[in-house]
Design a protein around this ligand. Structure first.
Ligand code: BES
Ligand code: MN
Ligand code: ZN
Length: 504
C-alpha cells in the first residue's frame, strides 16, 4: 500500500472514499469532519441525530455523497471517548480501517490525520501511527494458498492519502510515514517467517532470509553450521539440535551505526522452527502452533534490519540460534548433561525446556563478542500465558535501568509488558545434583525460573528477557494486530535502539 501525505482540503480529495472521524457523544462535528458535513448539506449531523452514528470506538459508518463532493463515499470512524484517546488508538483505528475498506471499488482512500485535530496529538506522530496501523492491520499471509484460491474479500486499498490542510506540516508528516513504514514492514517480515509452516521456514531458510537482508543493508552476516557450533563448544544449542535431521544454524548479524568497539546492544532471539518437545514429547493437541516457536529469532532479525534502514547511531548485534527440537535416535534424553559455550554443565531434565538452552549459548557468544547490553526475545514458557494472557508479555531483568528503557520502548510502540520478579530464592529450583544447573525448575513460577536459568549465562551484563509466548500468535484481529503471527517485540526493539542513540 502506498501512503502519502498531501496538503489540501479533504472535501476536495479525489478518492474512492474519504475518511473522517467523530468522538463519542459529539453532536456537531468540527474540523475536517465538520467541513465534510457542511459539503454534504449536513448529512453527517443528520446521521448523528438519527442515532445511526455515535462515535463509539470500533464504529464505522458509510455514507454516499451523491456528487456533492468528488469522492463517492464518506466513512466516519468512531474514535470513542476523548478522555481515553491516545496515539495507540490512532494506530488501532488505522488497522481496523483498512480491513473495513476491503470492498470492491475502493482503491484510493483519503483520510484526515486522525488524532491531530481536536485530540491535539502531534501531527507527525499521528501520521506515523496511521502508516503503522494501516500496514500492520492490513497484513495477510496468503503465500501458502493455492494459485486458484479466491480471497474471501477484496484486496483492500492500494493508496492511502493523509490530507493535511496546513502545508507547512506536510514534510515532517511524510518523514514520519516513512519511519512508520520501516517499523511496520519489519514486523510484517517477522510475521511472514512465523506464519510459514515449519517445512518452509527451516533454519536454512531463515538463514537465507538473514543473508538477503544483510546483503541489501550492508550488515555483517555469519551463519554457523552444526560443525562450527561443535568446534566452538555450543553444547547447549547442539543438545537441542541433535534430534533433528534439518541442519541447524546459528545466525549472527551485526550493524555498526556508530563504528565503536563491541556492541551497545545485543539482540538474542529463540529460533526453534518446530518444537515437538523432543523426547519429553508434547501432546498432539495444538502442537501445530509450535511452528511459531521461532518468533524471537524472527523479531531480532527484523529489528536489526529496521535499525539499519533507519541508520540509527548505535552498534547492534543480533544472534538467532535456529534449530528444530525433535525426538529420535540421536535426540538428547532426560537426564543427559550438556556443556555450554562458557563451560557450565547443564542437566537437561526436560527436553521441552529447549529455548533456554539455545539462548544460553547465543548469550555466551554475544558476551564474547563484547555485548554491553543484552535483550533476549523468546516464546519461552506456557506459564507466561497462564499469568498474563495475551494482553502483555513478560519482562524479566537483572538491571532496573535497562528494564525501564525496554518498558518505555514497548510503550512507544503501543505494546504492553509486565515485569515479573527475579528474587534470588527462585534459583534454588534450578539446583542440580549432577551438574552446575538443571534446565527446569518445576511447575511453580515457570516463567521466572526460565529467566533465572538464562540469567546464569548473562553473568553481570545488563540484560532483559522478554517472554512473548502468550502474545506472539493472535487468535483474532484486534486493531493493528491480525490473526496469526502478531509481530510483537519487533518495533519495541527498534525503539530501544533509537532511545540508546538518543534519537527516540
Ligand atoms: N515453546 C514452548 C513454550 C510455549 C508454549 C510457547 C505454548 C508458545 C505456546 C517451550 O519450549 C516449552 O515447551 N516450555 C515448557 C517449559 C517447561 C518444560 C519447563 C512449558 O512451558 O511447558
Ligand atoms: Mn519446548
Ligand atoms: Zn519451545
Amino acid at each position: 500500500m502506498e501512503i502519502r501525505v498531501e496538503a489540501g482540503d479533504i472535501t476536495r480529495a479525489a478518492a474512492d472514499a474519504v475518511v473522517v472521524n467523530l468522538f463519542e457523544g459529539v453532536k456537531t462535528p468540527g474540523g475536517g469532519t465538520g467541513a465534510v458535513d457542511r459539503a454534504l448539506g449536513g448529512a453527517i449531523s443528520e446521521t448523528i441525530r438519527l442515532g445511526d452514528l455515535t462515535g463509539k470506538a470500533n464504529e464505522f459508518v458509510l455514507l454516499y455523497t451523491h456528487g456533492r463532493i468528488p469522492a463517492p463515499r464518506v466513512v466516519v470512524a468512531g474514535l470513542g471517548k476523548s478522555s481515553e484517546f491516545t496515539i495507540d488508538s490512532v494506530r488501532n483505528l488505522a488497522g481496523k480501517l483498512v480491513r473495513y475498506l476491503r470492498r470492491p471499488g475502493i482503491e484510493t482512500v483519503a483520510t484526515i490525520a486522525h488524532g491531530a485535530g481536536i485530540a491535539g496529538l502531534p501531527p507527525a506522530a499521528c501520521a506515523q501511527a496511521i502508516a503503522e496501523g494501516a500496514l500492520l492491520g492490513g497484513y495477510r499471509f496468503t503465500r501458502r494458498k493455492g494459485a486458484g484460491t479466491k480471497e474471501e474479500n477484496a484486496e483492500g486499498p492500494k493508496r492511502l492519502i493523509i490530507v493535511e490542510h496546513d502545508a507547512a506540516k506536510v514534510p515532517e508528516m511524510q518523514a514520519a510515514v516513512e519511519r512508520g513504514r520501516i517499523l511496520a514492514e519489519a514486523a510484517n517480515f517477522a510475521r511472514d517467517l512465523a506464519n510459514e509452516p515449519s517445512n518452509y521456514a527451516t533454519p536454512t531458510v531463515i538463514a537465507e532470509r538473514a543473508q538477503e537482508l544483510a546483503r541489501e543493508l550492508g550488515l555483517e552476516c555469519e551463519i554457523l553450521e552444526r560443525a562450527d557450533a561443535e568446534r566452538m563448544g555450543m553444547g547447549a544449542f547442539l543438545a537441542v539440535a541433535r534430534g533433528s535431521d534439518e541442519p541447524p544454524k546459528v545466525i549472527r548479524l551485526a550493524y555498526r551505526g556508530k563504528g565503536g568497539e563491541g556492541y551497545d546492544l545485543a539482540l538474542i532471539g529463540k529460533g526453534i522452527t518446530f518444537d515437538t518437545g523432543g523426547i519429553s514429547l508434547k501432546p498432539a493437541q495444538n502442537m501445530e502452533a509450535m511452528k511459531a516457536d521461532m518468533t524471537g529469532a524472527a523479531a531480532v532479525i527484523a529489528a536489526i534490519g529496521a535499525i539499519a534502514r533507519l541508520k540509527v547511531k548505535v552498534d547492534v548485534l543480533a544472534i538467532a540460534p535456529c534449530t528444530e527440537n525433535m525426538p529420535g535416535g540421536h535426540a538428547t534424553k532426560p537426564g543427559d548433561v550438556a556443556v555450554a559455550l562458557d563451560g557450565k554443565t547443564i542437566e537437561i531434565v526436560n527436553t521441552d525446556a529447549e529455548g533456554r538452552l539455545v539462548l544460553a549459548d547465543a548469550i555466551c557468544w554475544a558476551r564474547q563478542l563484547g555485548a554491553r547490553r543484552i535483550v533476549d526475545v523468546a516464546t519461552l514458557t506456557g506459564a507466561v500465558s497462564v499469568a498474563l494472557g495475551d494482553q502483555c508479555y513478560g519482562l524479566l531483568a537483572n538491571d532496573d535501568e535497562l528494564a525501564r528503557k525496554v518498558e518505555a520502548a514497548a510503550q512507544a510502540a503501543g505494546e504492553r509488558t509486565w515485569r515479573l520478579p527475579m528474587f534470588k530464592e527462585y534459583e534454588e529450583q534450578l539446583k542440580s545434583d549432577v551438574a552446575d544447573i538443571k534446565n527446569t525448575g518445576g511447575r511453580n513460577a515457570g516463567t521466572i525460573t526460565g529467566a533465572k536459568f538464562i540469567e546464569r549465562f548473562v553473568e553481570g551484563t545488563p540484560w532483559v528477557h522478554l517472554d512473548i509466548a502468550g502474545v506472539d500468535m493472535a487468535e483474532k484481529d484486534r486493531g493493528w494486530i491480525v490473526k496469526g503471527a502478531s509481530g510483537q517485540a519487533v518495533r519495541p526493539l527498534v525503539h530501544l535502539a533509537l532511545q540508546l542513540a538518543g534519537e527516540g
